[in-house]
Structures are given as C-alpha cells and as structure tokens.
Write a protein that binds this ligand. Sequence first.
Ligand code: UDP
Ligand code: MG
Length: 218
Amino acid sequence: MIGRLFSVVSQRAPSLLHRVSLMMKPQVVFVLGGPGAGKGTQCSNIVENYSYTHLSAGDLLRAERAREGSEFGQLIASYIKEGKIVPVEITINLLRKAMEETMQKDEKKFRFLIDGFPRNEDNLQGWNNVMKDKADVKFVLFFDCSTEVCIQRCLERGKSSGRTDDNRESLEKRIQTYQQSTRPIIELYEKLGKVCRVDASRSVEVFADVKAILDKED
Ligand code: UDP
Ligand code: MG
C-alpha cells in the first residue's frame, strides 16, 4: 500500500513540478533609451550572463517587414523609415507570440528583456490591454545617452547595418520621436520608482553598471 502510494506520488511529482513551472508568470524588464543608446548591445551582454531572453521590438518588426505574405510589411517599412512608432496592435502581437513561443519551448525561460518598447502612450495602452495580467514588469532599464552620442553611433552603425533608418534624415525623426513620445513614458515609470538608469554615453564600463543593477534587482 505504502509502496503503491509512494510510486503514485513519485510518478506525480514531476508532472506537478512541471505544472508549477508552467504557471510561472513572465517577468519583464523594459529596456529603453534613444536610438543608438546601446540597448541591443547591452541586452546581448545580459543574455550571456543572466537567464534572460532578449526580445527587440525593432527586430521583431523588421522580421515581420521581411516576412513573405505579411499584410503589414509596407506599413512597417514606411513607419521605420519615418522614425514613427508602428501601431501597437502589430507590435504587441509580435511580442506576445515571441514570449509564448519561448515559454512553450522551454518553460524555464520566463524572464524577458523587452528592448525598445513601450515607446509611446499607444504602446503602453496596448501592453496594458493585452499583457498587463499575463506578465509582471519588474522595472525599466534606461540607457541614458546624449543626443550627440546617439547620432554619432547610429551614423557609424549605418555604414554597415544596412538599416533604412540609420541615416541623418531618418535619425533626426527618430530622435524627435524619442524626445516627444518615449521620454514621457520613461518619466511615467520614474514617478512609479521603477526606473534604473545607466549612463550610456560612455564607451566603457556600461555593462558593469548594468550588472550591478541586475544583481540588486534579481
Ligand atoms: N519601432 C516601433 N515600435 C517598437 C519598436 C520599434 O515602431 O515598439 C520602430 C520605430 O520606427 C523605430 C524602429 O522600429 O524607430 C527601430 O527601432 P529599434 O529599437 O530597432 O531602434 P534603436 O532604437 O535600437 O536604434
Ligand atoms: Mg536596437
């Protein structure tokens, strides 16, 4: 009897554990900062050292732009070139799908760095409508970088990135969008005490600061 009970329990234990881990709510860090602030670079560094999955909203949009048969390809292309922010219905679906796919493949991957989102009020509303109850936003990692450095980095990157928006004309629009639409979102999170700021104008030691923040917050 006890033997049987034990075997039932031991058979059940893994599946119970499995179910508990499936229930882990995604833990999200929003990564924000101007164009060229180093969001992508630092996210790659984080992924190498911590158990986070990096999802770049910009990369997801560029992949959707390139996807054959996408009904949004044209729209995304023109928004990106103009430095405008794509309607959130498109972006949030890409993010939600990417998060779901990641967790379906490996239920231990429930920590996400969401890079370059939310960039405006519309983005934030879309997140709140679709994801607010499904995921926890732990904090905002803010790469604070001077406009001059942002412009220089993007122009330098433009020599090899092949991006349609790493040129002076698009860049001016992106900077304007950042200042008008994204900064207020960062300020909003600041008021909630949820912003961890990194001085990202420097060319070295940025990751040391990032590490200190993650070690403290985790
Ligand atoms: N973009 C958007 N919504 C997002 C993220 C990006 O519309 O949530 C578009 C926007 O046009 C932006 C461009 O994609 O200017 C490039 O974004 P990315 O984050 O890749 O650029 P970065 O700031 O890293 O240079
Ligand atoms: Mg980027």
